[in-house]
Design a protein around this ligand. Structure first.
Ligand code: GLU
Length: 415
């Protein structure tokens, strides 16, 4: 009988506990970090376009702020419940610590399918949510950003709603439009960071990025920018999927054509370039690098044995279940964990926040250079720890991050 998969929160706790075992962290400190520092659950009544009222559930979870203000995205998704948001908040604490940016970890969630709402309804919902959490966020307290289902427009509404209460505060959210104090390079940052990391990991694995075959699951912000960047670096994107299906061509996809079809029809279905395969099949292709960039839990104990990629770069948060991770470890597949692979987004959020505080704009070149330097350092720290302790990249990344957070808590002396 196969074991049931762990939930995303149980998975985050399991990796954290393993890390505490490795670092010999005492039980009291474990308890501190197993619990979010603060969480707020809010009901959000919104006037709909038809005149009726709907009430949505919203959350903001602040996991740990020992290293700086809380930081993390806001997810608009039916699955963004309390436990889900808790898990993602914890991942943010490790992510910011691993790449050594001066933030803690938080996450927001609103249980809504954004495509079910008109633009005006979404605007009203975003303002309601921002007002409801406004007393626990702010440029020196907790800085939201985009995540699944939210984007620069939503951040603009959040900044505006926050500013109505507290005065003009561009540093209150990141991922804003350029016109409102957003940073050059923020939109592309997560996908770009994924490629920077893939390149470093490929080199260490003896894989030449030039001509390396890549399959990318997901056509959202991360997947689409990762695909473009992979092509720029000389890798061959052979498969790319959205929520409906995947386009596959072993000789390499013509991305201009695939993007044009997606932009014109809104879907990859009926894409005349390459063969159409399913969203599950894309994960099992024989490729050098697999990039799950869609949602959590797509590589499971069911399909982990069929994965043929040499290297998996976790662009989504928690795309591999706990059970699947153990199978991949046994099979010797290198996995670069989410807390490192997708840290490019929060790194450039940090640059945006710093620019907002200084009222000074950086060039795109500077942003991309500093992103590369910061994420590469995170990679080196992870690789060195993996060698030193003879553990996987995930175990090493957790060890580096947990150690940094525990040290910060100890130094502050607040427990
Ligand atoms: N939502 C992104 C993440 O999960 C970015 C968070 C941020 O920029 O604060 O890393």
């Amino acid at each position: 009988m196969p074991q049931p998969e762990l939930s995303i929160l149980e998975t985050a706790h399991a990796y954290f506990n393993e890390s505490c075992d490795l670092l010999e962290i005492d039980d009291g400190m474990r308890e501190v970090l197993l619990h979010p520092w603060r969480e707020l659950s809010v009901s959000l009544p919104v006037r709909m376009d038809d005149g009726g009222i709907k009430v949505f559930n919203g959350f903001r979870v602040q996991h740990n702020g020992a290293r700086g203000p809380y930081k993390g995205g806001v997810r608009f998704s039916p699955g963004a419940d309390a436990d889900h948001t808790r898990a993602l908040a914890m991942l943010m604490t490790w992510k910011t610590a691993l790449v050594d940016i001066p933030f803690g970890g938080a996450k927001g969630g609103v249980q809504v399918r954004p495509s079910d709402l008109s633009e005006a309804e979404l605007n009203r919902l975003t303002r309601r949510y921002t007002q409801a959490i406004s007393h626990i966020i702010g440029p020196q307290r907790d800085i939201p950003a985009p995540d699944m289902g939210t984007n620069a427009q939503v951040m603009a509404w959040m900044m505006d709603a926050y500013g109505q209460l507290h005065g003009y505060s561009p540093g209150s959210v990141t991922g804003k439009p350029i016109e409102l104090g957003g940073s050059y390079g923020r939109e592309a940052a997560t996908g770009r960071g994924v490629c920077d990391i893939a390149m470093l990991a490929a080199t260490d694995a003896g894989l030449d990025m030039h001509g390396a075959t890549v399959a990318i699951q997901g056509f959202g912000n991360v997947g689409s920018f990762a695909a473009r960047r992979m092509e720029e670096t000389g890798a061959k994107v052979v498969a790319l999927s959205d929520r409906t299906c995947a386009a596959y061509d072993p000789a390499g996809l013509d991305l201009d054509q695939v993007f044009e079809h997606k932009a014109r029809t809104g879907t990859l279905e009926g894409c005349p370039w390459g063969e159409t395969i399913s969203n599950e099949q894309i994960l099992e292709l024989e490729v050098d690098i697999l990039v799950p960039a869609a949602i959590e839990g797509v590589i499971t104990t069911e399909n982990a044995g069929n994965i043929r990629a040499k290297l998996i770069v976790e662009a989504a948060n928690s795309p591999i279940t706990y059970g699947a991770d153990a199978i991949l470890k046994k099979r010797g597949v290198t996995v670069i964990p989410d807390i490192l692979a997708n840290a490019g987004g929060v790194i450039v959020s940090y640059f945006e926040w710093a620019q907002n505080i200084q009222r000074f704009r950086w060039t795109l070149e500077r942003v991309n250079d500093e992103l590369h330097t910061t994420i590469s350092r995170g990679y080196e720290r992870t690789r060195d720890m993996a060698k030193e302790r003879n553990v996987t990249h995930r175990e090493a990344a957790y060890a580096v991050a947990v150690d940094a957070v525990v040290k910060a808590i100890d130094l502050r002396g607040f427990i």
